[in-house]
Design a protein around this ligand. Structure first.
Ligand code: ATP
Ligand code: MG
Length: 218
């Protein structure tokens, strides 16, 4: 029997939009279809990249200047792609990634004002044309997302909350950035309404994934 090709799906959206929750849900769904699934996240996803994650997500909001932060992101991303993602895809696995390069385009490009083109140039330098087969973008009113994220942080000790503390105008630019990416890269991206209960959002995600992978032998 011919083995299935690897499938790389990234999940994007603001803080608390439900990425981690829905990835767990979708991982179960894929496993029920008999697929091997790797769940991973950015920044991080390989031992070296997890070390860089700690530098990026903790500490003062102004700890890094925007360019340094973008370079740290792409350094960790290259390690993640080379050590974790590509090997898993080569083995025919489904890779579900909690944030990927679109997060850099949106957070450093739109949020911190470096510009999307600047970040796309770094993308090309660091990992060439490598990109997800499908990117699921969760769209949610800002207040709802920050409330959900806040509830989550109440339960953890060393909070990785640098981005949560950057203010509403920043998060508004994030939401607009994602919408623009989805508009210009329709073939790769699908926007999911992330409001409503976990089950309803989960059904939307599975419908979107099924729609996109139909006919791809998956
Ligand atoms: N549809 C939903 N309705 C209500 N609460 C939800 C829903 N989806 C997720 N949550 C809850 O909201 C919080 C944030 O969800 P989750 O951690 O999945 O979001 P996230 O996008 O991964 O956030 P972050 O960017 O901060 O990692 C969690 O406590 C989760 O249980
Ligand atoms: Mg999460």
């Amino acid at each position: 029997m011919k083995s299935k090709p690897g499938l790389f799906i990234s999940f994007e959206g603001g803080e608390g939009s439900g990425k981690s929750t829905q990835i767990r849900h979708l991982a179960t769904w894929f496993r029920e279809q008999g697929r091997d699934v790797v769940v991973t996240r950015e920044p991080g996803g390989s031992p070296g990249a997890e070390e860089i994650r700690n530098l990026i997500l903790t500490g003062d909001p102004g700890r890094w200047d925007a360019v340094t932060e973008a370079l740290l992101m792409f350094a960790s991303r290259r390690d993640h792609v080379e050590r974790t993602i590509r090997p898993a895809l080569a083995e025919g696995k489904v890779v579900l990634c909690d944030r990927f390069a679109d997060s850099s385009v949106v957070y450093q490009g739109y949020g911190h004002g470096l510009g999307a083109d600047y970040i796309r140039n770094l993308w090309k330098l660091a990992i060439g044309d490598f990109k997800p087969d499908l990117t699921v973008i969760f769209d949610l009113p800002l207040e709802v997302g920050l409330d959900r994220a806040g509830a989550r942080f109440a339960n953890v000790s060393a909070a990785e909350d640098r981005y949560e503390r950057m203010g509403l105008a920043f998060h508004e630019r994030i939401r607009d950035g994602y919408r623009e990416i989805a508009e210009t890269e329709k073939y790769r991206c699908v926007v999911i309404d992330a409001s409503g209960d976990i089950e309803s959002v989960g059904e939307r995600v599975i419908a979107a994934v099924q729609g996109r992978i139909a006919g791809q032998g998956t």
